[in-house]
Design a protein around this ligand. Structure first.
Ligand code: A3P
Length: 319
């Protein structure tokens, strides 16, 4: 992983010198930009996207809070949208590429480290992903009213997943971040793209105002009723399953292809790395609902639940 200030442009350094900063989970610092916490590298990527990324009307955006099942959502959306291009499941790109390589992050892959991507050869519809909060999204995405799928997960499991992930990415020399420390920072909103609750609320409100433009999904709900939500996702994206496809078992086939068990056992996801340096296997841990109860004390859970209730009060949103 890159050190905090490596390869950072003059413009970005200048901006960051005026931003609130605090301790990071993996790299030294987090900076608060437009109300949310980012690493240096992300701030630079976000600024580049805001300046350079030009959306097209047919673009589809997958937006998540970190560790809420982004990898899973990318796999499902990619499989849905491209099912006519790749009718043979035994030759499917998801068997040889990590979902993050098939659906690139705007600020973490395409525009990271001063990269200016060539997007001219991408087939339509272009599928992109981002963790950017709504307020930060490049203007053209909002102006063109592009479709956005937003996925989040209950804050307890999100925190535990983020804690494990951060410890995997932390340089060995600095050791692990303790659970108590991670918990305290998360509760204060001091986590990657946090405050978690503000991120979720922004997109929740957008989904209420414009349901045809923003689909709001929860990890737990997909886990509980995968078929229902895969169909919902396909319809929203504009690729509903036909009666014929339903009869052929296409819904089950896609769910199986994208399941935790199949993806996590593939060679590419056990041994491969992303171009941005992370091990593919870091994105697959347990993939279950409620694992946080194995780590958080009842007091911690209660504390977190009270924050969630207070933040979401009157919004109609619950976890
Ligand atoms: P856990 O750490 O709780 O296991 P993200 O993809 O946003 O980084 O989120 C990672 C979380 O999603 C991890 O949660 C990971 O195990 C889980 N995950 C990854 N692939 C999945 C899949 N195909 N189905 C369900 N969960 C998955």
């Amino acid at each position: 992983l890159h050190e905090d200030q490596d390869g950072v442009s003059q413009e970005c350094r200048h901006l960051m010198s005026s931003l609130p900063r605090d301790k990071g989970w993996v790299v030294k610092h987090l900076f608060k930009y437009q109300g949310f916490w980012h690493t240096t590298r992300q701030v630079q990527g976000v600024l580049a996207c805001q300046k350079l990324f030009q959306a097209q009307e047919t673009d589809l955006f997958l937006v998540t809070t970190p560790k809420s099942g982004t990898t899973w959502l990318k796999a499902m959306a990619f499989a849905i949208v491209n099912r006519n291009r790749y009718p043979r499941i035994d030759h499917h790109p998801l068997l040889s590429s990590n979902p993050h390589d098939l659906v690139p992050f705007l600020e973490l892959k395409l525009y990271v480290d001063n990269n200016v991507p060539d997007l001219t050869n991408l087939v339509s519809p272009r599928l992109f992903s981002t963790h950017m909060p709504y307020i930060t999204l490049p203007d053209s995405i909002k102006d063109l009213e592009c479709k956005i799928v937003y996925l989040c997960r209950n804050p307890r499991d999100t925190l535990i997943s983020l804690w494990h992930f951060s410890n995997k990415l932390r340089p060995k020399t600095i050791g692990n971040i303790s659970l108590e420390d991670a918990f305290e920072r998360f509760c204060k909103g001091l986590s990657l793209y946090g405050p978690f609750w503000d991120h979720v609320l922004e997109y929740w409100q957008q989904s209420l105002e414009r349901p045809e433009r923003v689909l709001f999904l929860k990890y737990e709900e997909i886990k509980a009723e995968p078929k229902v939500h895969l169909r919902r996702l396909a319809e929203f994206l504009g690729y509903p399953f036909s009666l014929e496809e339903e009869k052929l078992g296409m819904v089950d086939e896609i769910l199986k292809l994208c399941s935790f068990d199949s993806l996590s056992n593939l060679e590419v996801n056990r041994m491969g790395k992303l171009s941005t340096g992370e091990d593919n296997k870091a994105f697959f841990r347990r993939g279950e609902v409620g694992d946080s109860t194995n780590y958080l004390t009842p007091e911690m859970i209660e504390h977190l639940d009270v924050i969630t209730e207070n933040k979401f009060i009157g919004s109609g949103l619950e976890f």
